[in-house]
Design a protein around this ligand. Structure first.
Ligand code: NAP
Length: 312
């Protein structure tokens, strides 16, 4: 739990009443909750959009959105799920996954595939949904660059773009180059030593951590190419939707922000492919619930390869 934005040291373990599911919600006995950059952003309150739910102090005091576990109770009007069902989903609206019990709306949840463990299933809802939507238009032979490709969403996006027949360039820090190659990236770039916007032009740039100028992004796009920003600094996002959109119009390229939609319809296809062995899930580390602060610290240090998961 936490009451103010800050580093992992503002988190503490506390005993609180078990939440009760409302109409259309279920109570989940949590088995595993994976970490996303959005948890780190919610913890630190940075970038600024992470404070949309609470400007001065966090409104939700328990973080954790990518939950996998068993239904322990159902609220009124719930017919699709029953007590004991194994489920997983992205609870970005209510959070609360770094706990023994969490409440989530039924609409956010899907039945866990039998072929995936709770830990594996918890890695998919947010990162899988972002990767699916970010690579939805990739076509055979296209040159695709993924910035932040060594993280949770990026590790799925590399694989999806490769399966679609693209030539994939992955950008991340030097410690993640082999990891990205192992996932299928044709080229890898260390962002600490190279500027990808000065490389060959790309047909699609999927940017998970935008912080450069729109002019640099435009330079890195081939004619007809598309730049999609998923996350980054508020300044970058604002410039992309204003200057970037206009610049794209006059230069025959498109620059925009991907507002990733949540829900089973987006992550279930990834889960099916993971269960079938077509896509790989990489869990770097798991931490017990009591060590959630350490887990977030590890993610925040930027050393995680793929996903980090808290288990209960
Ligand atoms: N648009 C939407 O609807 C939506 C919804 C949910 C989440 N998001 C956003 O999605 C983004 C991705 O989340 P995620 O969970 O996949 O993140 P993640 O697992 O932390 O991965 C991000 C990766 O980017 C790398 N990175 C950091 N700075 C970089 C730079 N300057 N250049 C290139 N790579 C850099 C990180 O490596 P190091 O830090 O180790 O160097 C890390 O490997 C986040 O920004 C989040 O806010 C967007």
């Amino acid at each position: 739990m936490y009451d103010r934005y800050g580093g992992p040291d503002v988190l503490r373990v506390e005993q609180i009443p078990t939440p009760a599911p409302g109409a259309g919600q279920v109570l989940i006995e949590v088995a595993a909750t994976s970490l996303n950059l959005s948890d780190w952003e919610g913890l630190t309150g940075r970038p600024g959009y992470a404070r949309l739910g609470g400007l001065r102090a966090p409104r939700r005091r328990v973080l954790g959105s990518d939950i996998a576990g068993r239904v322990a109770a159902v609220g009124s009007g719930v017919t699709r799920l029953r007590v004991g069902d194994e489920v997983y989903g992205d609870n970005l609206g209510l959070l609360g996954g770094f706990a023994e019990y969490a409440v989530a709306p039924v609409a956010a949840l899907a039945p866990k595939p039998a072929g995936l463990s709770f830990v594996e299933a918890s890695t998919l809802p947010q990162a899988g949904a972002i990767a699916v939507q970010g690579t939805a238009r990739v076509r055979r032979g296209q040159r695709v660059l993924i910035n932040g490709a060594g993280g949770g969403s990026g590790s799925f996006a590399i694989q999806l773009a490769k399966r679609a027949g693209a030539h994939v360039t992955g950008v991340d820090n030097g410690g993640k180059l082999d990891f990205m190659r192992g996932l299928g990236a044709d080229e890898v770039v260390d962002y600490t030593t190279s500027d990808f916007t000065r490389l060959e032009p790309f047909d699609l740039i999927l940017d998970l951590v935008a912080h450069r100028s729109v002019f640099a992004y435009r330079r890195a796009l081939a004619r007809g190419g598309r730049y999609l920003c998923v996350g980054g600094t508020v300044r970058s996002l604002l410039r992309i939707v204003t200057v970037g959109a206009a610049l794209g119009l006059v230069s025959g390229r498109r620059l925009g922000v991907l507002i990733a939609r949540e829900g089973p319809v987006f992550f279930e296809p990834v889960a099916e492919r993971c269960a079938a062995g077509d896509l790989r899930i990489t869990v770097d580390r798991t931490y017990p619930l009591q060590e959630t602060a350490r887990a977030l610290g590890y993610l925040g240090e930027g050393r995680a390869l793929g996903k980090v998961v808290v288990t209960v």
